[in-house]
Design a protein around this ligand. Sequence first.
Ligand code: ASP
Ligand code: MG
Length: 406
Amino acid sequence: MKIVVLKFGGTSVGTIKKIKKVAKIIADYKKKNYKVIVVSSAMSGVTNDLVKKSSKISENFSNSEHDVLVSSGEQVACSLIAGRLIHNGYKSRSWLSWQIPIITLGAHKNSRINKINKNKILKYLNEGGIPVITGFQGVNIENRITTIGRGGSDASAIMLAKFFNAERCIIYTDVEGVYTTDPNKLKKAKKIKIISYEEMLEMASLGAKVMQPVSIQDARLNRIDVEVKSSFKKKSGTLITKRSNIINNKIVTGISSTQNDSKVSLIGVKDKPGVAASIFKPLSKNLINVDMVVQNISANGKETDLTFTIKTEDLNKTKKIIQENKDINYRKLLFEKGVSKISVIGVGMITTPGVTFRMFQSLASKKINIKVISTSEIKISVLIDKKDTKKAIVALHKEFKLNNKK
Ligand code: ASP
Ligand code: MG
């Protein structure tokens, strides 16, 4: 018999009515003769609320108590789901992480699942039971409750799928899947039927809203097929899987965009070893996330220009850090707020020449100026004026035929 892991996000279990619906979804899999492992997040809003309470008790609320507190929402949701399944005549029970146990390593608030003991759950599955397991939480070797980072019940589900060799892990949420671009920005966005782990990771701005990025990486490393779908609509979702499972002739799978980026340029920095390191070291020390980095070729062999992007909220801090950096010299320092990064993503571009050209031409035809370009094997990103974002997405979505139903 095959095992399937069904994970329900906060919005899917947000009300009693929704939990009753979830119990029906679970029962459907049971009727199809699957062994079903259920993982649940807390009812929506509950975790945030608990975090708020902790900060009212103390500004320095203990990390170990934080984990006990904020993981309690999952206990409530799991018990309600199991209770409903029992009400409907199924054998079910809730399992807290320490009862299994799900062993974690690392610091409180940000632990990682290291091992899951299978014995009790396997026995229960073989007896026909439906275990409903708390996502997000674990227990460490000191027998203390831990949590694995906000949004962590996705990672719990992926790791359960890994340890139990599940055929598939299904992530139920409030969206229908991953879209070719943000459907809030472009009505013509289409649901993607199948996408590779690598593309999903690159589509951070789209993907991250759907699934916690580290859990996608876990799925990739362990080769677990993940389906993201809505718990409210009976429609197929998006399958995230390995590249070799994907047969289609799409060149570009999706288009993502960022908001509120800023561009920083250092003009006339010395072209010698160690300069870039001296610029970025203090930025990384101050946890400033540097995104695109481009360095011009040095025309005279002595000086070059270096440009990078950051989040606009980090702009003032970045300015200060660069101006106070005694290890670097430059002729001019330029800043530009209000830029946006548009990326076209697709494994198809590895084997298809001309994607870069098509992207640039398409933007040019709309008179959109490209400020910075960077590429990777499966992604081309350009930096443009923020005001052109929508126009660029519309043009590229059309150019790469994403408007067409697949
Ligand atoms: N309830 C936890 C959170 O809100 C875990 C999760 O939702 O996955 O972060
Ligand atoms: Mg959640």
